[in-house]
Design a protein around this ligand. Structure first.
Ligand SMILES: NC(=O)c1ccc[n+]([C@@H]2O[C@H](COP(=O)([O-])OP(=O)(O)OC[C@H]3O[C@@H](n4cnc5c(N)ncnc54)[C@H](O)[C@@H]3O)[C@@H](O)[C@H]2O)c1
Ligand SMILES: [Zn+2]
Ligand SMILES: [Zn+2]
Length: 391
């Protein structure tokens, strides 16, 4: 079958790879009908995630049709149209039973690398390096889905492919940031980053009752999209001091909840981008935590900061003093999609959430390298490129 493969830093190619097969009794094979780019893939492309190997199939946000199931699969049958969570849960371990699916203790068969660095490991993640299990990704004609009973969700009739697609990763990630960030009715929420994840977090905050949501980015088309489709206020971080502007807009207090949806490749117009960029290149720190620092600084006293952006390791100039003295709560996680996907599909079916607008560009799998070039460099207003292998 055809698949989009990582070949090295900033190098992708479309290759023929062996078809996937059922390996375990709870597996299914899914024919991928749509698979989209995610900001997390940019960290793979940039070479910031360790344990990638040339030829690895990338992609983790997808929908498709089940074409084959193992003997112990009970909830799905061939023919089901499903959205699959980007992160793999086993459904039975302590973490999965406590609804903390991205912390699954069984689905990552290669926990060594991350266990050493973090003192624990995440669940397996499709197409996201050998440190996250070495699973083949979804930018392919077919994919093997382990523990399919727990990780695939039947898409209700009437919900379009492109709306269901984002219930795999961007929408549940955003929902988790708002919910575990502790958004309550009447709150003012600030969201750093207007990519797919930031926009979904902003929308979730409004649906959870936030009175105002303020989204921050530098790209005019992304800011305009967030204002129009999410219904939030926006700030262009290149034209103002974000912390001062947030104070100004919140009666001097700062936002109640700050959601960081930027991650390890954050940008800035100031000295931090140069400082962190050099340290990152020299491997003196793994990540550029520019938006995390700003969120901690801007947050109101006693408020909470949720880190959705992906970080790999150690960072420098972390404002621990602000965190401690301002009485902040700081949390982060890879997404616990299985907890949110049924609810999100419901919201989509009712029309309260319509993430398909994020799909600014739809193309064939052969155009994968071009799609990533557009997505990475934000060409032609690209927010998400969607590959449809069978269209
Ligand atoms: N926690 C999870 O499970 C999970 C799931 C999906 C994605 N992610 C992560 O979420 C992050 C966002 O993903 P995405 O798909 O929206 O990516 P994206 O690349 O499309 O968007 C990131 C946005 O952040 C903006 N940005 C950069 N520096 C900024 C700053 N200083 N202040 C404000 N905005 C800034 C960029 O301009 C860009 O629009 C990535 O780090 C990704 O890895 C995490
Ligand atoms: Zn993702
Ligand atoms: Zn588990």
């Amino acid at each position: 079958m055809k698949a989009l493969c990582w070949q090295g830093v900033n190098e992708l190619s479309v290759e023929q790879v062996p078809d996937p097969a059922i390996l375990n009794a709870q597996d299914a094979i899914v024919k991928v009908t749509a698979s989209t780019t995610c900001g997390s893939d940019l960290h793979l492309l940039g070479g910031y995630i360790p344990a990638m190997r040339a030829g690895d199939v990338i992609g983790h946000e997808f929908i498709g049709e089940i074409v084959d199931v193992g003997p112990e699969v009970s909830r799905h049958r061939p023919g089901d149209r499903v959205v699959v969570c980007s992160i793999i849960g086993c459904g039975r371990c302590w973490a999965c039973r406590h609804d903390e699916w991205s912390l699954c203790e069984n689905s990552n068969p290669k926990p060594g690398v991350t266990d050493l660095m973090w003192g624990g490991t995440t669940a397996g993640i499709f197409g996201y390096s050998h440190a996250m299990g070495g699973f083949r990704g979804s930018h392919a004609e077919y994919i093997r889905v382990p523990f399919v009973d727990y990780n695939a969700f039947t898409v209700p009739e009437g919900v379009s492919d492109l709306d269901a697609l984002f219930a795999s990763d961007a929408a549940p990630t955003g929902w988790m940031g708002a919910e575990l960030g502790g958004v309550r009715p009447g709150d003012v929420v600030a969201v750093w980053g207007c990519g797919g994840v930031g926009q979904m977090a902003a929308r979730a905050a409004l649906l959870l009752g936030a009175e105002r949501v303020i989204a921050i980015d530098r790209y005019p088309e992304r800011l305009a999209m967030a204002a129009r489709h999410v219904g939030c206020e926006v700030i262009d971080y290149t034209s103002t001091d974000v912390t001062a502007e947030l104070r100004e807009r919140t009666g001097g207090r700062g936002p109640d909840v700050c959601v960081e949806a930027v991650g390890m490749e954050a940008d800035s117009t100031g000295i931090q981008r140069v400082y962190d960029g050099i340290k990152q290149q020299l491997r003196l720190e793994q990540d550029r935590p520019i938006a995390v620092r700003e969120a901690i600084h801007a947050c109101r006293k006693g408020g909470s900061v949720f880190v959705l952006g992906v970080f790999a390791g150690f960072v420098d100039k972390f404002p621990l003093g602000a965190l401690m003295n301002k009485g902040l709560t700081l949390r982060g996680a890879q997404q616990h999609g299985q907890r949110y996907i049924p609810k999100l599909l419901d919201l989509i079916a009712k029309g309260d959430l319509k993430p398909s607008y994020l799909a600014t560009h739809t193309m064939t799998l052969d155009e994968g390298p071009k799609g990533y070039d557009m997505f990475k460099h934000k060409k032609d207003g690209c927010v998400r490129a969607v590959f449809r292998p069978w269209a």
